[in-house]
Ligand binder design. Structure first.
Ligand SMILES: Cc1cc2nc3c(=O)[nH]c(=O)nc-3n(C[C@H](O)[C@H](O)[C@H](O)COP(=O)(O)OP(=O)(O)OC[C@H]3O[C@@H](n4cnc5c(N)ncnc54)[C@H](O)[C@@H]3O)c2cc1C
Length: 498
């Protein structure tokens, strides 16, 4: 009878860091992953002479050795920092609205303020006020939410109590007139999937703070190097990992986990499980309706899933400058009406009314693809429902048709991309559903409207011995999910009495 102290289901960021933290504490850990490589979103794949990055566009929270960010410290504690080569990006982002604006911002607060003030002189004072507010507010968020100050009162943290429940749009509207300026200060809404009217100001402030203070990073070799490094560390320290080994059931008796049943019907026993599979899949598929606590049913019923993504991965036989690519991260927006852009995400079609994010990793790291070539990932968010109705017989033709439309939109800002294509791969919401096992291929977990933003997300265990780590148990993104594995493992160890 096989028995482990703890079983971790899924080797995405949250599963990997949870397993690594538990192994570091001397626990007997088994990590089960249905795919044949570790990482979940944090993976790569090869086509021809290109190795394509699946997800990582900008890594937050890393910081430099001289000014380390929280993620650098986490990776150091996990013992993997030495195996990584984090490369800071020179630009925060470039925002292009054809015919209206084409501006690149550097990840430097003073430089951003200067650049914006030059372009929007009438709003000079408000620009300064916005960054003061963002920084001062987020510093208070850190004290209240992350450092859990037990004496958090409105007198001590006035900005926190005034702005924590405001939307990004409310704050931007209160300070600025020009829609172009408001758009320049909010393209990061596409990193969580809710437009500024629905996105908590906390999330916008968090992203500006993290990317400016600790710079946006790329990892040499892509995010797969990070996933491989953590997986190697787990094995080196005595943990077991099985790939191509999905879990099909979590055994629950009397509201206590007892073990798992794998896809090959093997039963493995444990009283402690960390699930990095999506919360919906964990409760509905793995645990099953007879064991789901009412509190979870209630919580799932009131939650909605974020968009999935449609991505075109391009291996181009040219250097970035041949297509006018000058920044590693590019937002190509049709106009300044973000509500209309958000509505477009409910349609499968890609037109010049959609917003695209284009990443060219070679601008951070020339060696990212073979000499004389570059790699570009073009992403747009689309709700999974838009692809669920495509009949299998039409799927291949449909994805190439939509990809072609997407490339035509991209060519409005980056001409002639098509002429340089050597390799192309396409990921639709169905690809994310298949590889990540996320319902509707949702890439950011649950939608975090202000009412269920970070302030109100409970990550509690409803079934004894069951814990969750990863994007659907809190916030999405590399830094939050890597952190969530560590935090979940620490909570489990405490509950175990370890
Ligand atoms: C296109 C795209 C671009 C992104 N860009 C960025 C970015 O630039 N910056 C950023 O910070 N974040 C970005 N993200 C978000 C970030 O990648 C994710 O939030 C994060 O990687 C999710 O980690 P996770 O821990 O939730 O695990 P996931 O990546 O969701 O992995 C879950 C794992 O569990 C496994 N699994 C599921 N069910 C089972 C089962 N039954 N048995 C065994 N294994 C199972 C899956 O196979 C998978 O490996 C992007 C995401 C996408 C898709």
């Amino acid at each position: 009878m096989k028995h482990y102290d703890i079983i971790v289901i899924g080797a995405g960021n949250g599963g990997l860091t949870a397993a690594a933290t538990l192994v570091n504490k001397g626990k007997n850990v088994l990590l089960l992953e249905r795919h044949n490589i570790p990482g979940g979103c944090a993976t790569s794949f090869c086509r021809g002479r290109f190795e394509f990055e699946v997800a990582l566009h900008q890594l937050s929270g890393m910081g430099t050795p001289a000014k380390p960010g929280p993620l650098r410290s986490t990776l150091q504690r996990l013992g993997v920092l030495d195996q990584l080569e984090p490369i800071p990006m020179e630009d925060l982002f470039r925002l292009i609205i054809p015919g209206q604006i084409d501006m690149t911002l550097k990840p430097d607060r003073a430089d951003i303020i200067r650049t914006l003030q030059k372009r929007f002189p009438d709003e000079k004072t408000s620009i300064e006020t916005f960054f003061d507010l963002t920084y001062n507010f987020f510093t208070q968020v850190i004290s209240v939410m992350y450092l859990n100050d037990p004496e958090a009162t409105p007198d001590k943290y006035p900005l926190y109590f005034k702005y924590a429940l405001k939307s990004a749009k409310e704050v931007l509207d209160s300070l600025f007139q020009d829609p172009l300026l408001k758009t320049l200060l909010s393209p990061y809404w596409t990193y969580i999937g809710l437009p500024p009217s629905k996105m908590a100001f906390t999330e916008l402030a968090a992203m500006f703070f993290a990317f400016i203070e600790f710079l946006p990073f790329h990892l040499k070799g892509g995010s797969q190097t990070l996933s491989n490094a953590i997986a190697d560390k787990i094995i080196e320290r005595g943990g077991d990992i099985r790939f191509n080994c999905g879990v099909k059931k979590i055994i629950v008796q009397d509201n206590q986990v007892k073990g798992v049943i794998t896809d090959t019907d093997e039963v493995i026993y444990t009283n402690w499980i960390v699930s990095n599979a999506s919360k919906v899949a964990t409760y509905i598929d793995l645990i099953g309706s007879e064991h789901i606590p009412q509190s979870v049913v209630k919580e799932l019923k009131k939650s909605t899933l974020t968009q999935s993504a449609f991505t075109v991965y391009l291996g181009l036989e040219c250097k970035p400058e041949a297509i006018g690519m000058t920044a590693a991260t590019n937002f190509l927006f049709p106009h300044t009406d973000m509500e209309a852009v958000y509505e477009r995400m409910k349609h499968r079609e890609i037109t010049d009314q959609d917003a695209l994010v284009l990443s060219c990793y070679n601008l951070a790291d020339q060696s990212f693809s073979p000499p004389g070539t570059c790699q570009v990932a073009i992403v747009t968010l689309k709700y999974g429902d838009t692809w669920l109705t495509v009949p299998p017989s039409q799927y291949a033709a449909e994805k190439y048709r939509v990809a072609d439309a997407m490339i035509r939109v991209a060519e409005k800002a980056f001409p002639n991309i098509k002429n340089y294509i050597e390799e192309i791969e396409i990921a639709t919401p169905l690809t994310h559903l298949r590889y990540l096992n996320h319902p509707k291929g949702s890439v950011y977990g649950f939608e975090h409207f202000i009412k269920n933003s970070e302030l109100f997300i409970p990550n509690i265990s409803h079934i004894k011995g069951l814990y969750g780590a990863g994007g659907s148990y809190g916030l999405c993104g590399f830094q939050p999910t890597l952190d969530s594995g560590v935090l979940t493992a620490s909570k489990l160890l405490k509950d175990m009495g370890a």
